[in-house]
Design a protein around this ligand. Structure first.
Ligand code: PLP
Length: 382
């Protein structure tokens, strides 16, 4: 993002396929609820753990959408999903603890684990496994020091989605290791395509519920990234520890944003279906165009708004200006400098050589970006 900003400041025209957020506006009734909260004087501290009305709406959401019978007292509201994750890990990890992070992963997981003094144990989950953790790989990664397994479905950066059966198979392994907590990052829950059903671990295996934190939020589902509201449901001891930490960190999430999130969860839900349809159409367009680009290849992701494309064939090539492409980071740099398109290299997410292409962008810009990528690939020489 820094390089895009610098290039734009220097007058270059850059199309960014690197955004991690929907390009839509927050739904009108949600924005109005935020304004009404300000006008109505809801501008003071809320409870550290979140407004009761919002926590009740969160419990209702878990029941309605995930079939999870959650007591609102076992929910917590944080400043974005990220704070929920951070607090869960910070409240539980000690030096020497291990956290299993399937790779490719959202970049923040290993960083947060490291910040907590623990060790991220990354497990390579390649394209041959659909970028998903298998029961055997999970079993092999668990040690007596394992404290958490982090699961993210639909996934950032691959868009991979775990089926109910796949989660059940992982659950069978986890049932034999009671020291392992499960963090289910469901932030992309609603961005799931082709009519497939979303599943989350606490729903699939009720015997794991007392050691699973189900984390979600309004950022991606309701295009509310800037409002900074995320939430989680989990065992009471964990929620209590997270609340204690939050009390000394942020004193809770913005009250105004909590009222907006309440409107999002309890108001009309048609925005979710509309944005899903738009993203699915864009996904189809981008997958087709990327697979038409010389040297790039991607499978069809089932969720989120990312395409994770292999650029292996580009490695070792030279661009018309003489730039050698030795790594996926070189490919990303050359695409930016020579084609005006910003992507993120797969190795930043723990698996190269890949490009993460975010299609949270209008159709015309996406079309131009895909053309520029295809032209760039065509002009490479070995
Ligand atoms: N989890 C994943 C996988 C994400 O990609 C993101 C944001 O990019 C988050 C969590 C954090 O979401 P929030 O903006 O609600 O903090």
């Amino acid at each position: 993002m820094d390089r895009v900003a610098a290039a734009r400041a220097a007058g270059a025209s850059i199309i960014s396929l690197s955004a991690g957020e929907p390009d839509f506006d927050t739904p009108e009734h949600v924005r109005e609820a935020g304004i009404a909260a300000i006008r109505g004087g809801q501008t003071r501290y809320s409870q550290v753990i979140g407004l009761r009305a919002l926590r009740e709406a969160i419990a209702a959401k878990f029941q309605r959408e995930n079939g999870l019978d959650v007591d609102w007292r076992h929910t917590i509201v944080g400043t974005g999903g990220k704070q929920v994750i951070f607090n869960a890990l910070a409240a539980t990890l000690n030096e020497g603890d291990e956290v299993i992070v399937p790779a490719p992963y959202w970049v923040s997981y290993p960083e947060i684990v490291q910040l907590c003094g623990a060790t991220a144990v990354t497990v390579a989950c390649g394209a041959d496994k659909g970028f998903k953790l298998t029961p055997d790989a999970l079993q092999a990664a668990i040690t007596p020091r394992t404290r958490w397994l982090i699961l993210n479905s639909p996934s950032n950066p691959t868009g991979a989605v775990y089926s109910r059966a796949e989660l059940q198979a992982l659950a069978e392994v986890l049932l034999a290791h009671p020291q392992v907590l499960i963090l289910s990052d469901d932030i992309y829950e609603h961005l799931i395509f082709d009519g497939i059903a979303f599943s989350t671990m606490a729903q699939v295996e009720p015997r794991l519920r007392d050691r699973t934190l189900t984390m979600n939020g309004v950022s991606k589902a309701y295009a509310m990234t800037g409002w900074r509201i995320g939430f989680g449901a989990g065992p009471d001891w964990l929620i209590e520890a997270m609340e204690k930490l939050q009390g000394q960190q942020t004193s809770g999430a913005s009250t105004i944003s909590q009222y907006a999130a309440l409107a999002a969860l309890t108001g009309p839900q048609d925005f979710i279906g509309q944005s899903r349809r738009v993203f699915q159409r864009r996904r189809d367009d981008v997958v087709r165009e990327i697979n038409n680009a010389w040297g790039l290849h991607c499978e069809v992701p089932q969720g989120a708004f990312y395409v994770f494309a292999s650029c292996e064939a580009l490695i070792g090539c030279v661009t018309p200006t003489g730039t050698e492409l030795a790594t996926d980071e070189d490919v990303v740099g050359a695409l930016l400098d020579e084609a005006g398109v910003a992507t993120v290299h797969g190795s930043a997410f723990g698996l190269g050589p890949y490009l993460r292409i975010a299609y949270a962008l209008d159709d015309a810009s996406l079309g131009r970006a895909c053309n520029a990528i295809q032209h760039f690939c065509q002009t490479l020489s070995k």
